[in-house]
Design a protein around this ligand. Structure first.
Ligand SMILES: [Zn+2]
Length: 555
């Protein structure tokens, strides 16, 4: 007989469990260190500050706690707290490598490259994780370049094969007078990881790099600065005292960080590449060579990384005014026969709504991927059915699974833009619309070699700014005539196939989702059913091209 079948005993066990949870007998140091790191890694800076502050208050003389709190403080730009914590760590353990490295970064930011260099040189190389070699090398090179020894800086960096190193080389080179632009191009290519520009730029220590005087001065955006100041204020003891009344003592372990913890902190303090600078510099270099197309490509990439960088916004504005020919003309604002089942209001919005009602073509479209396993299954199903469709991908997912995008392109599937973070584009801040659309386009082009033709705004939510921005980026808005979601949500492949087949009309665009098992399962029946009714399955680009040809044939 199981113990918990005794009702009285289970009540007692419940009481015991809840009182244990409520008492919170101690606050584990190692847990707090791991949590501080994890929260920064997930860019949950304010939660991370609270966690690091518990370490700082509860165990002010513990080396691991000092270093963790210092790293978190540095990450959010609270340099005076960071400086105090690393100094404490150096008193606890003179020559601790992470404390020296952290202090050197702060000295660099303060414009003291010689002091920083001295600290970096004093780090014992046998006492650090292997990956930290490069971190120290990059930091040393910045110091050298800042002191004026560009050749010394380049010398050590040339041997590395790392994006941060490559970008730094590009920047140093671009700062040397009479610089040739050829190496800059080559180095920029090196600065890609697997051919993808690293478009994710977390707020944080990367701000140190330009401040060190290598690149053009980069001011954090107002939002970044506000967030950073707000977080720095949270390290203020009065704030902490009021928000953490029950700060329990840390009891389980003390001393240096474990190798795993130390690895994480090194990673946290890594000087991250800041590709927008390299893209911007390259664009200007190409412009000087009268390579207009090259200039436009790279200034657009810089804009995708950060439209507020220097004069990037002003530079891309002319590209918005129609001076760049449409990469692919599509029939905007197609007026649709009511038989397609669209409400009149939606059909009047600019964008591509449906193909020609005179040709038996249908575009299957799959939103929200890539998600590695379901995307692979969907691609397999489409390949077995010899069917072509269109994937509207979410940029932030695409950078995580570039191979999925390459596979789509290799299979002849179209890859189009579905925004970077999948927000309601009609409700976000106006300045976020461009990066949402453009970043994803950059990722698609970098992985598939093809600039997208269409953006499908998440949920179909759009406004004139979204559509104008899409147009400026060489894209049109793409919508649908058949929404299969209600059928997809039943979980039944048959329901999905029947739902779409019953609603199929010439020129239809079918909205489905990448990740739904019912959809993957429906592919064989759906493709067969549509073909039996005389439909040809095409990509949305083909549907648009044929609709355009149809319209021209009539006029
Ligand atoms: Zn979506």
């Amino acid at each position: 007989m199981s113990l918990v079948k005794n009702p009285l005993l289970s009540i007692l066990l419940l009481i015991a469990a809840s009182s244990t949870a409520m008492a919170e007998p101690h606050f584990p140091r190692d847990y707090a260190i791991s949590e501080s790191c994890r929260l920064v890694e997930e860019q949950r800076y304010s939660d991370s500050v609270l966690m690091a502050e518990r370490l700082r208050i509860s165990e002010s003389s513990d080396l691991g706690s000092q270093i963790t709190a210092g790293a978190v403080a540095l990450e959010i730009g609270a340099t005076s707290v960071a400086s105090a914590e690393f100094s404490s760590a150096l008193r606890t353990k003179p020559l601790d490598p992470l404390a020296l490295y952290g202090t050197a970064l702060i000295e660099l930011e303060k414009g003291q490259p010689r002091t920083a260099l001295a600290m970096l040189i004093s780090i014992d190389p046998t006492n650090i994780p292997p990956s930290a070699d490069l971190d120290i090398l990059v930091a040393k090179a910045i110091c050298l370049a800042e002191i004026g020894d560009a050749d010394g800086a380049l010398g050590d960096l040339q041997a590395t094969n790392d994006p941060a190193g490559a970008e730094l080389i590009a920047l140093i080179n671009s700062r040397k007078t009479n610089s040739d632009t050829t190496p800059l191009t080559a180095l920029l290519n090196e600065a890609m990881v697997n051919g993808i520009p690293q478009v994710i730029e977390p707020v944080g220590i990367r701000l140190l790099l330009p401040k060190a005087g290598i690149g053009p001065a980069v001011e954090p955006s107002i939002t970044e600065r506000e967030v950073s100041d707000d977080l720095a204020n949270r390290f203020d003891s009065s704030y902490i005292a009021s928000s953490l009344p029950d700060s329990a003592p840390i009891t389980d372990s003390r001393g240096p960080l474990s190798p795993e913890q130390s690895d994480r902190i090194w990673k946290l303090l890594r000087i991250r590449p800041d590709y927008k600078v390299a893209e911007y510099e390259l664009a200007l270099a190409l412009l000087a060579q009268r390579d207009r197309a090259g200039y436009e490509t790279h200034i657009l990439r810089a804009a995708a990384l950060d439209p507020d960088y220097l004069d990037v916004r002003a530079r891309i504005r002319p590209l918005f005014l129609g001076q760049v020919p449409d990469k692919f003309p599509v029939p905007d604002g197609t007026s649709l026969p009511s038989s397609l089942g669209l409400s009149a209001g939606r059909a009047s919005a600019a964008g591509f709504w449906a193909g020609s009602p005179h040709s038996r073509e249908i575009a299957l479209t799959f939103d929200d991927g890539p998600i590695p396993i379901p995307t692979q299954q969907l691609l397999n199903a489409l390949r077995q059915a010899s069917a072509h469709g269109t994937f509207f991908v979410v940029g932030m997912r695409a950078v995580q699974s570039p191979d999925s995008l390459r596979q789509m392109a290799a299979d002849g599937q179209a890859v189009e833009d579905h925004s970077y973070t999948h927000p309601n584009l009609a409700q976000i801040l106006p300045q976020h619309v461009l990066p949402e659309i453009l970043r994803t386009a950059v990722v698609i082009e970098a992985t598939t070699g093809i600039w997208p033709h269409f953006i499908r705004p998440p949920g179909g939510n759009t406004n004139s700014l979204v559509l104008a921005t899409a147009k400026a980026c060489g894209m049109s808005g793409a919508f649908w005539t058949i929404d299969a979601l209600p059928a997809e949500e039943t979980g039944s492949p048959d329901a999905v196939a029947q739902w779409v087949i019953r609603r199929a009309r010439p020129g239809a665009i079918v909205l489905m989702h990448n990740g739904m098992q019912a959809t993957i399962g429906a592919i064989p029946k759906l493709v067969q059913g549509l073909r039996e009714r005389g439909y040809k399955l095409v990509t949305i680009t083909q549907l648009a091209a044929d609709a355009l040809a149809d319209r021209h044939a009539k006029t």
